[in-house]
Write a protein that binds this ligand. Structure first.
Ligand SMILES: Nc1ncnc2c1ncn2[C@@H]1O[C@H](COP(=O)(O)OP(=O)(O)OP(=O)(O)O)[C@@H](O)[C@H]1O
Length: 230
């Protein structure tokens, strides 16, 4: 369980409070109006956004003071964060260490992960020679290879067309679940939550609400989310 206990995260002058528990092994969507603080919540969990008070714990261990690279967290961003001068294989293998020429073991693991995301034929290409969907697959492969227990997704597929977005969402969740990951994903689209999420965290007016089971949240949202969900 990921527990934000009386947590307050701060981004610039903006504060977000979160007093909630996210169940391990589940997929939790984060929904709310633009600027409400969804990315702030993910950044706070990842450690990129500073935490002003409260405790963040994962399966009983206090991770509040840990720097991002020591947290049990991998993150998928919208811009994919691929290094343009490295091949797909090198980018993915970076999940296992900082060597530009991966060890034999890292190469085998990266190739296996590329096969799982359907990119095995494109391992030697640079990111610029990939389509948007293929770049998303490479970023997903790297996040999965990082082997961290929590996978955060901050709308990584929002620039893709609707069909590809749904396909990538399904693939990410399928592979993350198979690897036993806990997924927390920001989305603007309630249909994404309905498609893959077990529960929904609503974020509005500087507060992240405790997760509510997806169908219940979407069919009978708490008052502050009624207008947003339409
Ligand atoms: N670096 C920053 N400095 C100051 N304010 C910031 C900074 N980053 C974000 N904010 C503010 O914090 C608030 C929450 O931003 P955040 O990106 O978490 O919202 P969001 O719900 O993810 O929005 P969106 O759906 O538009 O991506 C916004 O009002 C934003 O303007």
């Amino acid at each position: 369980m990921l527990w934000c206990r009386d947590a307050v995260f701060m981004q610039g002058g903006y504060t977000l409070s979160a007093d909630l528990r996210i169940e391990a092994g589940k997929v939790t969507a984060v929904i709310g109006p633009s600027g409400a603080g969804k990315s702030t919540l993910l950044g706070g969990i990842a450690g990129f956004v500073s935490q002003r008070s409260g405790v963040l714990s994962w399966n009983g261990a206090d991770i509040t003071a840990l720097p991002p690279h020591k947290r049990p967290v991998s993150m998928l961003f919208q811009d994919n964060n691929l290094f343009p001068h490295l091949t797909v294989l090198q980018n993915v293998a970076l999940a296992l260490g900082s060597r530009l020429t991966p060890t034999r073991d890292a190469q085998i693991k990266a190739e296996d992960m590329l096969t799982r995301v359907g990119l095995n034929d494109l391992a030697t290409r640079k990111p610029a020679a990939l389509s948007g969907g293929q770049q998303s697959r490479a970023a997903l492969a790297r996040a999965l290879l990082q082997n961290r227990e929590i996978m955060l997704m901050d709308e990584p597929f929002s620039a893709l067309g609707p069909g590809m977005k749904a396909e990538m969402l399904d693939l990410s969740v399928e592979l993350a679940k198979a690897a036993g990951r806990t997924v927390v994903m920001v989305t603007h689209d309630p249909a994404d939550a309905a498609r893959v999420a077990d529960a929904v965290i609503g974020v509005v007016s500087g507060k992240a609400w405790a997760p509510i089971e997806t169908a219940r949240f979407l069919n009978d949202p708490p008052a502050p989310f009624k207008e947003y969900l339409g």
